[in-house]
Design a binder for this molecule. Structure first.
Ligand code: NAD
Length: 490
């Protein structure tokens, strides 16, 4: 279980290797576990962001010309230190985001996996060279972009930043990070680890604050590219603002993930896999199962999902909702769906509250059955531990419903039939598909990213997708005077 902190965390800005608070209002950071203050930050003003970007730009040139091997070797130290401090940082992540300790730890380990991918870039051929004519060679060389910006969401205060920080800085960029204003505290120990590993001041910069700070990043003339992860409305706004200013942008948005459940699915695999998917991180993750497309007679499988979900213990195996406001939204969404005819199989509105944290934002696993595919509960992202069941007569009907949803993050199928599984993988409108797996997050080096309204821009955010996004290619054609055979390139 999470532990309360001895003293509040000052989530300051980190600019040119120095911690300093932004010039705006002081804001308390409260924990979803008890709604008590666990830290604070000061909103950054435009001048703070500008100071941060100028410092990053000043540091960039030396860093960009540091050999890739040297940049990567520093990341090994970051990895060791992160593993050493894993439990303490996991506690901060859990306390500020509402995750369980296990989930916070898992997020950090996934972040370390991306970091390991970045350390391996030193051993990858990131360019390529070949003789294209007599005595003429063409070659790719990969260069950093410059000062780059990144805006991250509340629900993975450490993992999502680690999707991009290691790859972007390994490739030679200077990185300006705006964490979520709801969860700014983890940025403090994470930034310290890079600094202790010897990262030159200015290469990792943190500016705290909300939407206005994000907008300043999107429009600052010295920022070359913006990475974003958050809701679809904000992702679209960030993408529009940044690209309008001529910046490269990749903005990952929200999700409404479907699971297609077929009658021949394995009972144990589907029951636990689907329950874990919609209750994990209290449903506050962009890969959570949200709509169960139940094909044919699958009542025995639904019973198993329900019984796994019922065994969840708040505070132990499931965490809290980020704010009271969001918890009330979930309550309202369930009540409204019930009024429109949804049958409630499992009701999380009045859960068993953990006695250690009686004032937390608790909402239990909830299952809504017999929901119409056009109902809000079946179409909109709710971001809570709610599974909406839509009954379908055929797999074709299920795929039609899945395909008509504007999001496109993940879709999984549970079945014992390989042919039908392949049909779902081929036909689902999504960037990440799963077979008998509830949370089909690709492991590195397979890259992460959705399509449709779940992504604005092109490409994926981790793996080689990240390498493409955070660097640019120069194409070099070479000829030396000893090799002067005449041909059409002379
Ligand atoms: P959010 O969109 O409210 O905030 C995300 C970040 O954007 C924060 O740093 C916030 O300050 C900033 N922001 C908010 N509005 C903005 C605007 N109009 N312009 C510029 N910046 C703005 O999201 P959240 O509530 O922190 O996170 C939950 C959302 O993130 C969910 O929709 C979830 O699905 C999504 N998410 C997606 C992925 C993915 O990989 N696709 C991963 C994690 C979370």
């Amino acid at each position: 279980m999470v532990k309360r902190l001895g003293q509040p965390i000052a989530a300051d800005n980190y600019i040119a290797g120095t911690w300093k608070s932004g010039g705006g209002a002081k804001v308390a950071v409260t924990s979803p576990y008890d709604n008590e203050a666990m830290g604070y930050y000061h909103e950054s003003l435009e001048a703070d962001v500008d100071e941060a970007v100028q410092a990053a730009a000043a540091a960039y040139t030396d860093w960009a010309s540091t050999p890739l091997k040297e940049r990567c070797s520093l990341l090994f130290k970051v990895r060791d230190s992160l593993l050493h401090k894993l439990e303490d940082i996991a506690n901060i992540v859990a306390l500020e985001s509402g995750k369980t300790i296990g989930e916070a730890r898992a997020g950090l380990l996934k972040g370390i996996e991306v970091l390991e991918f970045a350390t391996a870039l030193q051993n990858s051929d990131l360019g390529g060279k070949s003789a294209v004519s007599r005595g003429v060679h063409c070659e790719y060389r990969r260069y950093p972009l410059g000062v780059v910006g990144s805006i991250t969401p509340f629900n993975f205060p450490a993992m999502v930043p680690f999707w991009t920080i290691p790859i972007a800085i390994a490739l030679g960029n200077a990185y300006v990070w705006k964490p979520s204003e709801k969860t700014p505290c983890a940025s403090v120990p994470l930034t310290e680890i890079f600094s202790e590993a010897g990262l030159p001041p200015g290469i990792l910069t943190v500016v705290q604050g909300g939407k206005k700070v994000a907008e300043t990043i999107c429009t600052h003339p010295k920022i070359a590219a913006v990475g974003f992860v958050g809701s679809s409305a904000a992702a679209e706004a960030v993408y529009q603002q940044a690209t309008k200013k001529g910046k490269r942008a990749l903005a990952l948005g929200g999700a409404k993930n479907h699971i297609i459940l077929l009658p021949d699915a394995d009972l144990a695999l589907s029951g636990k896999g689907i329950a874990d998917s919609f209750t994990g991180c209290a449903g506050q993750r962009c890969m959570a199962a949200s709509v169960l497309l139940a094909v044919g007679d699958v009542d025995h499988l639904i019973e198993s999902i329900k019984s796994h979900a019922q065994s969840v213990q708040l505070g132990q195996s499931m965490g809290a909702i980020i704010t009271q406001e969001q918890r009330l939204c979930l309550e309202d969404a369930v009540s409204a769906a019930e009024k429109r005819g949804a049958k409630i199989l499992l009701d999380g509105r009045k859960p068993d509250v953990p006695k250690e944290f009686p004032n937390g934002n608790w909402f239990g696993p909830t299952i809504l059955d017999q929901v119409n595919p056009s109902d809000l509960a079946a179409r909109d992202e709710m971001f809570g531990p709610i599974l909406t069941i839509v009954r379908c007569a055929t797999i074709t009907e299920a795929l039609d419903i899945q395909n008509s949803n504007p999001y496109g993050n993940a879709c999984s199928v549970f079945t014992s039939n390989g042919g039908l599984a392949e049909k779902v993988v081929d036909s689902a409108h999504c960037g990440m598909a799963g077979i008998n797996i509830g949370v089909p997050v690709p492991r590195e080096p397979f890259s992460f990213g959705g399509i449709g309204q779940s992504r604005f821009g092109h490409g994926d955010i981790t793996g080689y997708g990240g390498v493409e996004f955070w660097s640019q290619l120069k194409k070099i054609t070479t000829k030396w005077n000893q090799q002067s055979d005449a041909n059409w390139m002379s």
